[in-house]
Design a binder for this molecule. Structure first.
Ligand code: AVJ
Length: 319
């Protein structure tokens, strides 16, 4: 038996693995067709997203990573000794490690994710590389109500990548409010938030020259073809990423080129020429705007960090 397999505590909070079929068919039956963006991340979608993060036009990942590296010391000092790091969504553990490397004798690492597989893999990698660190994997929807296990030291929630941008402003406020309560008095929350900037730069970030983002968004139809016996003709949908100034977000759509029908899950869907499928929103904030949203959710804003180009921000909030 492998001598050095560190134990990971796994707590299953019975998050039901949501069915793609149910969500896809419901979304495509609406008058305004839409598919929830969390279904973009199957194996191929996750690989495409990792590729997006390395694209020249997609500044968020490298800007946030640089910011974290520059500020990890200050953040660790604010957290103090024995802090329990709670991560919302356990994507690439690259950013997590930047914090873990700086925290003073962290009391625990607790990734929260609905995907059992990703969660197990991410937790096991951290446990293997940080011997002696208590790792508690929580299989749960971070937007649903659940209790965190008891830990010593301050809790610090970590929500990087501007994932909060997928939520509407009202949803983001509700999520922050729930986490303020969950982290408890004195708890900290570190949130990565993409900033508003000129529309050309935003639209380029979501419609790169190499076409990786287009493939990522179209993958939702490829997935329907593969998993729901679908026959969407991907070549007959155009990809569009558009800055909506009123809503303060980049909206990603697939647009039918020519009237057409497609089947999936035993159903037939008709498209008028130019009809859209709304696949993703990416909300952007002003520095003050996000701090105000966090305050409206009951947090106090302890610090905001941004890069010289004011592209991206990290908000350190206190419960
Ligand atoms: C993972 C939601 C932060 O909105 O920038 C990137 C997803 N979609 N390119 C973002 C995404 C297309 C990304 N988030």
């Amino acid at each position: 038996r492998p001598a050095a397999t560190p134990a990971v505590e796994f707590i299953d909070l019975a998050a039901r693995d949501e069915s793609f079929e149910e969500a896809f068919l419901a979304g495509m039956s609406r008058r305004d067709k839409a598919v929830p963006c969390r279904f973009l991340y199957d194996a191929r979608g996750s690989a495409l997203f990792d590729e997006i993060c390395t694209l020249p036009e997609y500044y968020p990942t490298r800007t946030e990573t640089r910011l974290l590296k520059a500020r990890a010391g200050e953040i660790a000092a604010a957290a103090g000794p024995h802090a329990a790091l709670v991560e919302l969504g356990s994507g690439s553990s690259v950013k997590t490690r930047i914090l873990l490397d700086r925290l003073d004798r962290p009391g625990a690492y607790m990734p929260v994710d609905v995907s059992r597989q990703h969660l197990r893999a991410a937790a096991a990698r951290i446990a293997a590389d940080y011997p002696g660190l208590r790792v508690v994997a929580l299989c749960a929807d971070y937007a649903a109500p659940f209790d965190l296990p008891h830990t010593e030291g301050r809790r610090i929630g970590f929500f990087p990548g501007s994932t909060i941008g997928n939520l509407s402003r009202a949803e983001a406020k509700a999520l922050l409010g729930a986490w303020r309560v969950r982290l408890g008095p004195g708890g900290l929350m570190l949130v990565g938030v993409d900033l508003k900037k000129n529309p050309a730069m935003l639209e380029a970030a979501y419609d790169d020259a190499a076409g990786v983002t287009e493939a990522f968004i179209k993958n939702i139809l490829a997935r329907a073809n593969a998993e729901l016996r679908g026959d969407f003709d991907l070549a007959r949908f155009d990809y569009e990423a558009r800055w909506n100034p009123e809503a303060g977000r980049v909206e990603m759509h697939l647009v039918a080129r020519g009237a057409q029908r497609a089947r999936a899950g035993g159903r037939v869907f008709s498209f008028a020429d130019g009809e859209r499928i709304h696949v993703e929103n990416s909300h952007k904030y002003g520095l003050e705007e996000f701090a105000a949203l966090a305050r409206a959710a009951g947090f106090s804003s302890k610090a905001r960090y941004t890069d010289e180009g004011r592209l991206f921000s990290l908000h350190l909030l206190e419960a």
